[in-house]
Design a protein around this ligand. Sequence first.
Ligand SMILES: C[S@@+](CC[C@H](N)C(=O)[O-])C[C@H]1O[C@@H](n2cnc3c(N)ncnc32)[C@H](O)[C@@H]1O
Length: 340
Amino acid sequence: MLDRGTTPHERTEAPLAEIVSAAMLLHAVSALLELGVVERLKEGPRDLRELALGSGAHEERLLAVLRPVAAAGLVHESAPGTFELTPAGRHLRRDDPLGLRDLFRMCTHGDFFQAWTRLARSVESGRTAFELQTGSDLFLYLAERPEEAELFHRAMNASAPADVLLEAADLSGARVVADLGGGEGATIAAVLRACPASTGVLFDLPDVVAGAGPLLRREQVADRCDVVAGDFFDGVPDGADVYVMARVLQNWPPEEAVRILRNVRAAMSGTSRLLVVGHLSESTRPSPFVEAIGLSMFVLYGAVSRTSEQYEALFAEAGLALSRTHRVRDGESVMDVRRA
Ligand SMILES: C[S@@+](CC[C@H](N)C(=O)[O-])C[C@H]1O[C@@H](n2cnc3c(N)ncnc32)[C@H](O)[C@@H]1O
């Protein structure tokens, strides 16, 4: 029996109740995005009637969705029947600089979302949950599905960890910076803007770099960036003094990660650096956010999240040595790696 005097956070079931609520709230937030309510709240407080009219919804039914999202702290009922986005809710706007909206949209869309329902079968079978859902490896799937590829790359571009990289490493003296698995170029573009004397190489799969032009031109770095299509399991371009792999190694199980690293080592000169940007698990103080991101790597790619010591062992297998780990924020780190 519950003691009526206990607050929700003292109850033993509170963590489980939070997880159950989060699962439900995820759909409420998705619905507000799909109905265009978040964009309508972008300019400031709006009346429920106006919101309902704008999204073609019934007022009471819209209120049923707004209320729990308000209780969760993403919108605020500033006056009876008037709603506005809270500072946390503003991250759901299309122009959010952290890119959380685009990540949210990708994670809640079609196969990206359904793959999670295959988690138990994935643990039993050893196949990735994404493969069990779609019959295909994620990157092959994206090559054939333009709509999902657009969602994926938009989420990657919007949340690219260029600020983490630039905060941890001074790249101003770098002559050539190569971004391996650099997607459509959000990270290399930010590096080149911060380092006007450097040139860049953007390396990724052919169908991915085919979409890089608009971003590189918009960021006005296209004339300083070579775009190279390839497969890092076959080899990577040589001649760079800094190699970057941002949120790439964490996608791959150990055997594949070592194969990629051996190819990077073969391209590195004695003075090149490899900067590995990504989420690192901490065995002593695991963060729920980082562990959840780690789990998404398992669902999408079959990789289990690693600590910096576990990365160190992979680097050593590939003839590389970890010289320093910069922990930046939210569990995202930059590992500075040299040839052993
Ligand atoms: C999780 S995304 C990270 C993208 C980008 N570095 C970022 O931080 O936003 C992984 C990237 O690895 C690329 N990739 C996957 N397999 C690859 C391969 N075999 N060769 C080269 N790039 C590959 C994907 O196309 C994708 O752009």
